[in-house]
Write a protein that binds this ligand. Structure first.
Ligand code: TYD
Length: 201
């Protein structure tokens, strides 16, 4: 294992199966006795709670700039309190959503996704691996519908199509697009292979 832990993030629109894969990866690494921490954003902190309010009750008169600033504050806290300490402790950090979500979701509201990424990189560590899950938005909405009571204000088809387009546009050596068409087990096996290579376990 390298000196510092590794940051692995799971990104994509709701209903792509990223959270399931994130949990399965945690089980896999625990089974391999690799020290691991699983986190999610928005967090359960003060800013995360404010965010969850607009998720369930709608954006109301919260401007998109204000919404963006809440996600950034939430992340700042997560980086300082959870992510950096775990990485410095040589742990693998599995993170369900990170700054690619901000660039894609708040970018799809009309804000500039490139400058959102730049602002984040100033304080948030670049992940060692970012899995971006891609699946047809119609199918994702159906999955959300069957697993929950109702949609949040972030789950309208037209909006999710735009969000996914932005997710799909991200490129980089640490970014891997995961086509969610295969089975949960096949995708898990694919990710385990990649993580084995990345972490040297
Ligand atoms: P989600 O992972 O769906 O949480 P939960 O499973 O508890 O519902 O995240 C909630 C929503 O927040 C999701 O629709 C995406 C959105 N989001 C942003 O718009 N920007 C961000 O920076 C992040 C992290 C999430």
């Amino acid at each position: 294992m390298p000196e510092r832990g590794q940051l692995i993030v799971f990104e994509g629109i709701d209903g792509t199966g990223k959270s399931t894969q994130c949990r399965k990866m945690e089980e896999y690494l625990i089974g391999k006795r690799v020290p691991v921490v699983r986190l999610r954003e928005p967090t359960d902190g003060v800013w995360g709670q404010k965010i969850r309010e607009i998720l369930s009750e709608g954006r109301g008169d919260v401007s998109r700039e204000e919404e963006l600033s809440w996600f950034l504050e939430d992340r700042r806290e997560d980086v300082e309190k959870n992510i950096l300490p775990a990485l410095n402790d040589n742990k693998v950090v599995l993170l369900d959503r990170y700054y690619y979500s901000t660039a894609a979701y708040q970018g799809a509201l009309g804000l500039d996704s490139d400058s959102i990424l730049r602002d984040n990189i100033e304080f948030a560590p670049i992940p060692d691996r970012a899995y971006i899950f891609i699946a047809p938005p119609e199918q994702c909405l159906k999955r959300i519908e069957s697993s929950r009571d109702g949609y949040s204000s972030f789950e309208k088809l037209e909006y999710l199509v735009k969000v996914q387009e932005i997710f799909n546009s991200f490129q980089g050596v640490h970014i891997k697009k995961i086509n969610s068409n295969s089975t949960i087990e096949d995708i898990h096996a694919q990710l385990c292979g990649d993580i084995n290579e990345l972490t040297g376990i």
